[in-house]
Ligand binder design. Structure first.
Ligand code: SF4
Length: 691
C-alpha cells in the first residue's frame, strides 16, 4: 500500500508575541509547526526573528488548550455547547444592562487578538450595551507614552519606521531593555551602530545589553527620568543647542515651556538622579551635537506614577532640538504585545472610537451612529471606565459584569489581591481565552478563542504598520476565531451584523475611521502592509509630521511640567527598590511562551538580581534564598549576584512565580492615565536559612 504524508503548507503569519511585528512563513503539516521560515520581504524584520517567534509555538497543541465552552456550576466548570454558552452570556449581559444600566458592564479587549476583533469588542460595548467602558492592556503599559505624544505632537504612535530608527545619528534608549523585549529592533540598532556609526546613549538603572553597547551609559536613580530629560532641555536652551528656526516655525508655548525649566539645573538633576554633572553634561552635548535624534522608551518610563509626564518630557526634548518630521528623528515608545497598538487604534479605549475619535465629541458620535444605523442618543458621550477603574468599580458594585478577552488580568494587573477581590465581587464574568487562565478561574462562562495561526486578521505593530496574517491550521477542537464568537454573540443580542470574513469588518472600520480610510485586505495582500494614517487612495504615512503636527494649527506644543517624586520609594523600613520586567525567553504571563518547555527551559526559574555591594552587605551568595516583602505581600526567590544592578536596586522578572510579582506591587498609579506604577516598588529583603 502506498502511504503519503499530507503536503507541507506554507502560510504567511505575524508573530504573536511582541510589538516588533515580525512576519514570516510558518511551515505546517496538519497541526504540526515544522519550521518558522523568515522571508526577506517581511517589512519589519526581513530575515530576522528572535527565539520566541522562531520556537515558542508549542502552545498551539498544548493539552490544556480550551476546546469547548465552559459554564460554572456549583463552583466547578462543566462543558457546554456554543448555543448554550452564548445564549447565557447574551441573556445575562442584557439583563444586567437593563437592571443596572449600561455603565454596569465593562469590556477588556485583547492585545493579542486582531484589529477586527478589537473593533467588534468596542462595537458590542458601545452599540449594544451603550457604554464606553472598554479598554485593553495598553492601560498597563503604553498609555502614558501615548498621552505624552498626544500632548506634544498629536498622534499616539511611533514617529516613523524601524528603517527610520536606523537612520538616526543618535539613538537614546531610556527605560527600555530593547535587546530582550524588542530583540529584532535591537538587532537593527546594533547593525546601525556597527555599520553606520550610529551613536547610542542609554539611560537606565539597570546595565542591560544595550547599556553595555552604549557610547554613553547613565545609570540613573530609579523613577527620576523626568528630571534628567527636563535638565537636558534646559541645558540645550541655555547653551545654544535649541533649534530656533524649528521652534519658531512649528512649535507653540516655547516661552512658557522654557520658563518651566528653571528648576532643572544640572546641579538639581545631579542631586535627584544620582548622576554627576559631568555625566549630564556629556549626555547633553551628545544630544546637542547630533544631526538627528530618536528616543526609544518603554515600561521603564511608563510604569510609574508620573509616566505620562516623563513621556511628555522626552517628547519635549525632541521638539527643543527639532527632532521630529525628518528621517532618523522622533519618539519611539516600544509597544509590548503584538497588537497592543492595534487594540487601541481600533477603539478598545474608554475615550476613543477607532482611529482616536473622541467619544465626547457630538459630531464624532453622530458619524458613528449614522454608520452603525442608530440614533446618536444610542451612543454614550460619557467617557467610560478603564481597566484600573473597572476593578475598583467592581469592588463598589458600580460594575456588575465584565467581559475579558485574552488578558491575564488576575496575574498581570498590579496588586493581585485587590484584583482577585474585584473579580469575586462581580455578578457575572465572561472570559474568552485559549486556556483556563488565572483570570478564567474567576469566570462564570469561559469561551475558547483561537490564536492567530488558526484564523485570519490583521495586527498593527509598533511602527503603526498594519499587516495581514493567514490561517495556517484549523481551529483546535470546537474553539472558534474570536471575531466569529463576537459576531455570534452580537446576533444573539439582537444585532445580526452578518460578517462572514474579517475583511468585511476591516472594510467597515476603514469606511468610518478617518485614519484607516484607505486600508483594505486587497492592499494588505501577502507581504504588503500599510502604515496609518492611510489616505483614501491607500497611501501610507511611514514618517509622521512631515507636513506639520496633529493639532488644528499644525504646530506642536511644548508642554510645561513640574517634577513630582515617585509615589513609592525606598524608606527606612522598605529600603530597596525592586525593578521588574521581561526576559528574552518569555512573554508576560507565559500562558503561551511557557507551554511545551522549549523557551521555558532556557530560563526555567525566576530569581532576583542583586548587586555585589548589597550581597556583601547582607552576606548573600549566588543561589541563596531571600524573602522580599512589600507593603502588600511577600515572596521567596533565589538571588543572582550581578553588576547589572547597583546599590539598593533589585530586578526580578514578571513572568514566573505563583502568584508572581504583582502580589507585591501596589495600587498607586499615574493619575493622568491610571497606569499602575509597577516599577515603583519598595521592598525589604530577608535572608532565608539554607536548611
Ligand atoms: Fe519578532 Fe518580537 Fe516575535 Fe521576537 S517576539 S520574533 S522580536 S515579533
Amino acid at each position: 500500500m502506498h502511504w503519503r504524508q499530507p503536503e507541507i503548507k506554507r502560510t504567511k503569519t505575524v508573530c504573536t508575541y511582541c510589538g516588533v511585528g515580525c512576519s514570516f512563513e510558518m511551515w505546517t503539516r496538519d497541526r504540526h509547526v515544522l519550521k518558522v521560515q523568515p522571508v526577506a520581504d517581511a517589512p519589519a524584520n526581513g530575515i530576522s526573528t528572535c527565539v520566541k517567534g522562531k520556537f515558542a509555538w508549542d502552545f498551539l497543541n498544548d493539552k490544556e488548550r480550551l476546546t469547548t465552552p465552559l459554564i460554572r456550576e456549583n463552583d466547578r466548570f462543566r462543558k457546554a455547547s456554543w448555543d448554550e454558552a452564548l445564549e447565557l452570556v447574551a441573556r445575562r449581559l442584557l439583563q444586567i444592562r437593563d437592571q443596572h444600566g449600561p455603565q454596569s458592564i465593562g469590556f477588556i479587549g485583547s492585545s493579542k487578538a486582531s484589529n477586527e476583533e478589537a473593533y467588534l469588542t468596542q462595537k458590542i460595548a458601545r452599540l449594544i450595551i451603550g457604554t464606553n467602558s472598554v479598554d485593553n492592556s495598553s492601560r498597563y503599559c503604553q498609555n502614558p507614552a501615548t498621552k505624552g505624544l498626544f500632548r506634544t505632537v498629536g498622534y499616539g504612535g511611533d514617529a516613523g519606521t524601524i528603517d527610520d530608527l536606523q537612520k538616526a545619528e543618535l539613538v537614546i534608549i531610556v527605560g527600555s531593555n530593547t535587546a530582550e523585549n524588542h530583540p529584532v529592533i535591537a538587532s537593527r540598532l546594533k547593525a546601525a551602530k556597527k555599520h553606520h556609526g550610529q551613536k547610542l546613549l542609554v539611560v537606565d538603572p539597570r546595565r542591560h545589553e544595550m547599556a553595555e553597547r552604549a557610547d554613553l551609559y547613565l545609570r540613573i536613580r530609579p523613577s527620576t527620568d523626568m528630571v534628567w530629560a527636563s535638565a537636558m532641555s534646559r541645558y540645550l536652551f541655555d547653551n545654544g543647542y535649541a533649534d530656533k528656526a524649528f521652534l519658531a516655525n512649528h512649535v507653540n508655548q516655547v516661552d512658557e515651556y522654557r520658563q518651566s525649566l528653571a528648576p532643572f539645573s544640572l546641579e538639581f538633576a545631579a542631586k535627584t538622579t544620582g548622576l554627576s554633572v559631568e555625566e549630564l553634561t556629556a549626555a547633553a552635548e551628545l544630544i546637542g551635537n547630533a544631526g538627528s535624534v530618536c528616543i526609544v522608551w518603554a515600561m521603564g518610563i511608563t510604569q510609574h506614577s508620573h509616566g505620562a509626564d516623563t513621556s511628555t518630557a522626552l517628547s519635549n526634548l525632541l521638539l527643543v532640538t527639532g527632532n521630529y518630521g525628518r528621517p532618523g528623528t522622533g519618539g519611539y515608545p516600544m509597544r509590548g504585545h503584538n497588537n497592543v497598538q492595534g487594540a487601541s487604534d481600533f477603539g478598545c479605549l474608554k475615550n476613543y472610537y477607532p482611529g482616536y475619535e473622541s467619544v465626547s465629541d457630538e459630531s464624532v458620535r453622530a458619524k458613528w451612529a449614522n454608520a452603525w444605523g442608530v440614533e446618536p442618543e444610542r451612543l454614550s458621550l460619557e467617557v467610560g471606565s478603564d481597566n484600573f477603574e473597572m476593578v475598583e468599580h467592581a469592588r463598589t458594585k458600580q460594575i456588575r459584569a465584565m467581559y475579558v478577552i485574552g488578558e491575564e488580568t488576575a496575574f498581570s494587573d498590579a496588586d493581585t489581591t485587590n484584583v482577585h477581590e474585584g473579580f469575586t465581587d462581580l455578578d457575572f464574568l465572561v472570559v474568552q481565552d485559549l486556556f483556563l487562565s488565572r483570570t478564567a478561574q474567576f469566570a462564570d462562562v469561559v469561551l475558547p478563542g483561537c490564536p492567530s495561526v488558526e484564523k485570519e486578521g490583521t495586527f498593527v505593530n509598533t511602527e503603526r504598520r498594519i499587516q495581514r496574517f493567514y490561517e495556517a491550521m484549523a481551529p483546535l477542537g470546537d474553539s472558534r476565531p474570536d471575531w466569529r464568537i463576537l459576531t455570534d454573540l452580537a446576533a444573539r443580542m439582537g444585532h445580526d451584523w452578518g460578517y462572514t470574513h474579517p475583511s468585511q469588518i476591516m472594510a467597515e472600520a476603514a469606511s468610518i475611521a478617518t485614519i484607516f480610510a484607505g486600508v483594505s485586505y486587497e492592499r494588505l495582500e501577502g507581504w504588503n502592509s500599510q502604515l496609518w494614517p492611510v489616505k483614501p487612495d491607500g497611501e501610507s504615512t511611514p514618517l509622521l509630521y512631515t507636513d506639520g503636527f496633529t493639532f488644528p494649527d499644525g504646530r506642536a506644543v511644548l508642554y510645561p511640567l513640574e517634577w513630582q517624586p515617585p509615589a513609592e520609594a525606598p524608606d527606612e523600613e522598605y529600603d530597596l527598590a525592586l525593578n521588574n520586567g521581561r526576559m528574552l525567553e518569555h512573554f508576560q504571563s507565559t500562558n503561551q511562551s511557557g507551554r511545551g518547555g522549549r523557551t521555558m527551559s532556557l530560563s526555567p526559574d525566576w530569581f532576583v538580581e542583586i548587586s555585589p555591594q548589597l550581597a556583601a552587605e547582607r552576606d548573600l551568595a549566588e543561589g541563596d534564598w531571600v524573602k522580599l516583602t512589600s507593603r502588600r505581600g511577600s515572596l521567596e526567590v533565589p538571588v543572582v549576584v550581578t553588576d547589572r544592578v547597583a546599590g539598593g536596586s533589585l530586578f526580578i522578572s514578571i513572568h514566573q512565580g505563583k502568584p508572581g510579582i504583582n502580589l507585591l506591587t501596589g495600587e498607586h498609579h499615574d493619575p493622568v492615565v491610571n497606569t499602575p506604577a509597577y516599577k515603583e516598588l519598595a521592598v525589604k529583603l530577608e535572608k532565608l536559612s539554607r536548611e
